[in-house]
Design a protein around this ligand. Structure first.
Ligand code: AMP
Ligand code: ZN
Length: 435
């Protein structure tokens, strides 16, 4: 029995899908204007684990996972202008990079990955419905959601209207009836991306994107909606308000799940502190599966501290697991391992259980966590230390000089086993990493 913590009820609940033949999950995806950072890797990995657990329990063909791409946003407009590139150039390039990062972290591709710009008509239709049934109003080319039209607004965040106004950076604008009213549609000038609408040429607000895309791909009601804890308010609160207002009060998702935040070496990650890491950069030094394993050592709802020390420990543990695990029997699972995962995705406990498993169950368990044991045994390598390699090259040259070719080959093969390939050129020996 799968139990999941529901932010809406602030408690763990038994999971009963609306339709076991089609379990439906929606997770808010990235806004594509820059490389994803290690914090963004957390929801990516956490909800990939959920996807895999659901597939294990209900069958691969019976789970639909939607993760959107936000490709219309003011941050995108700004960045494209700064770089002097077109918006599609920036968003396509960034989305492609995101796919590469996700694949390197062993995340399965979601079933659908809708791009917001491909669903503008669905957004316009939903906004029109909200105006018709009295939950939204047009003002100066904008369409705003009228928060006062929903007495239960704030039920996810569990905050009063006053707290919400104080806590959120609400934009005060003369055309708003209430400071909390949020934008569904806003006008675009000639230089900004825009689409024709009943309210003039403009573009959607961020919140309506997810309501419209989840409705289009998963229906009015689905099982689970996920994202980082920072999205509870206002993003998810607003999604609930919009979708319930458009669907006669029907809640969009039954369970709302949120991952805790990640910080780095005890501090909030920020560019100014110099502790800001993109996934792309970390992958130059660490195999993706070590990043993934490191993330799973903390329960997804806890805050997590990403440290160099923790990464090294993760590498050692994973290598040891790979050394013991038996592939093939991916279906063999220890009951305690599965019970840990089914208890609100308790991956740290599941990893503790893996330490007790026999080789077949260990292989099976790693498989469910997204580690492909056969390939990853090859992929698990010691970190590359250029100084150490220079030393090994010198030792090999010295061995060759005294015609100790056995020793020279032993050094070369030892490096090759770690993916470090030596190349003898007329100018000397160089090396490259083949991973
Ligand atoms: P963003 O691109 O900022 O909208 O973030 C994309 C996803 O990453 C959202 O689900 C965020 O909640 C999540 N996220 C952003 N920063 C962090 C962080 N430091 N730790 C955990 N999750 C984060
Ligand atoms: Zn969203």
């Amino acid at each position: 029995m799968l139990r999941l913590y529901n932010t809406l009820s602030r408690s763990k609940e038994e999971f009963h899908p609306l339709d076991p033949a089609n379990v439906r999950l929606y997770v808010c995806g990235p806004t594509v204007y820059d490389f994803a950072h290690i914090g963004n890797a957390r929801p990516l990995i956490v909800f990939d684990i959920l996807f895999r657990v659901l597939r294990h329990l209900y069958g691969d063909a019976h789970v639909t996972y939607v993760r959107n791409i936000t490709d219309v946003d003011d941050k995108i407009i700004l960045r494209a202008a700064e770089e002097g590139v077109s918006i599609p150039n920036l968003t396509l390039r960034t989305a492609e990079q995101y796919h590469q990062d996700a694949a390197a972290l062993s995340c399965l591709a979601p079933s659908h990955e809708p791009r917001a710009t491909a669903y503008i008509p669905a957004m316009i239709a939903m906004i029109s419905r909200l105006i018709e049934n009295g939950h939204a109003y047009e003002a100066e080319g904008h369409v705003l959601f009228e928060v006062a039209s929903r007495p239960d607004y704030g039920k996810l965040a569990r905050r009063s209207l006053d707290e919400m106004i104080a806590g959120a950076r609400v934009e005060v604008a003369p055309y708003k009836k209430n400071a909390m009213d949020f934008v569904l549609w806003k006008p675009s000038d000639a230089a900004q991306p825009g689409w024709g609408s009943p309210w003039g040429r403009g573009r959607p607000g961020w919140h309506i994107e997810c309501s419209a895309m989840s409705e289009a791909l998963l229906g009015e009601s689905f099982d689970i909606h996920g994202g980082g804890i920072d999205l509870v308010f206002p993003h998810h609160e607003n999604e609930i308000a919009q979708s319930e207002s458009a669907h006669s009060g029907k809640p969009p998702a039954r369970i709302w799940m949120h991952n805790g935040f990640l910080q780095v070496e005890g501090e909030k990650m920020s560019k100014s502190l110099g502790n800001f890491f993109t996934i792309h950069d970390l992958l130059k030094d660490w195999p993706g599966e070590v990043l993934r394993f490191n993330m799973l050592r903390t329960h997804y709802r806890q805050p997590t501290d990403w440290t160099l020390h923790g990464m090294k420990e993760s590498w050692t543990t994973l290598e040891r697991f790979y050394g013991i695990a038996e592939p093939v029997l991916a279906t063999a699972l220890s009951a305690d391992f599965l019970a840990a995962l089914c208890d609100d995705l308790n991956t740290p406990l599941a990893i503790t259980e893996l330490h007790k498993c026999n080789p077949a169950e260990l292989g099976g368990g790693l498989g469910v966590l997204g580690f492909s044991v056969v390939q990853d045994r090859i992929a698990a390598r010691a970190p590359v230390d250029p100084q150490e390699i220079a030393g090994a090259i010198a030792a090999r040259a010295a061995a060759r000089k005294i015609r100790d070719f056995a020793e020279a080959d032993r050094i070369r093969d030892g490096l090759a086993a770690r993916g470090i390939i030596l190349k003898d050129l007329p100018t000397g020996t160089t090396w490259e990493v083949k991973r």
